[in-house]
Design a binder for this molecule. Sequence first.
Ligand SMILES: [Zn+2]
Length: 252
Amino acid sequence: MKQLIESGRFSLEEIRERVARIHRLALARSPYLKTGNFTRIHSSDLQLLFDLYDQSFFEGEMRAALGNSPLRFRISRRMTSAGGHTVRFTPRGGHGTTKYEIAVASTLLFQAFADDSHRTISSCGHVCHDRLEALQRIMEHELVHLIENLVWSSSSCSAPRFRSIARRFFGHTESTHQLITPKERAFVQFQVHRGAKVRFRVDGREYQGIVNRVTKRATVLVRDEEGQLYSDGHRYAKYYVPFNLLRVIREK
Ligand SMILES: [Zn+2]
């Protein structure tokens, strides 16, 4: 496999054809991915993509290099900034088998190409036209991590070796995605950002507070004598509030 990875190279035209074929085959074979902008996804879809990429780009050598090492696929709803994540689990003391896991962030995919999307989506230096294309870019990136782990036992997407493999096999010119994170969406659609003064209602009561953190929801700190003591000397209670329930209070 090392030789294939070090010397392999595809033209942009070849990459386009193979990637488009994988897009077609994934939609034809997956019971979950019905259209390019699928609304359901299952970890078996990642397995399906893995096999299609292994055949189209690596002559089945990824599977062969894995040997008996298990490779698990996972859809993560909690990852909100990275598009994917590849982990290598090494056994303690060198006994037992190494295991691998590839996780993909479904929140980012589902927010991309939503009806209310406000901008073009690109990933790894390519504009993506639907969710499946964005998922393919994420998978391609994670496959390079897996390959580096298999061949060299370590991987870094900011290092030259990674960039070279990603460029020669998949035409990637960047290591990052520009998928829409919940943080960006919160800001663009609802003007919610860290430090914003907001009000919201819970069970008919109105509260005012400060946004302390933005993930899938906003963490809002509300002054509360019973609450936890913070470094500013005040006590606050914490609320996790969906963005659409927050009203930003503008300072005059
Ligand atoms: Zn990476």
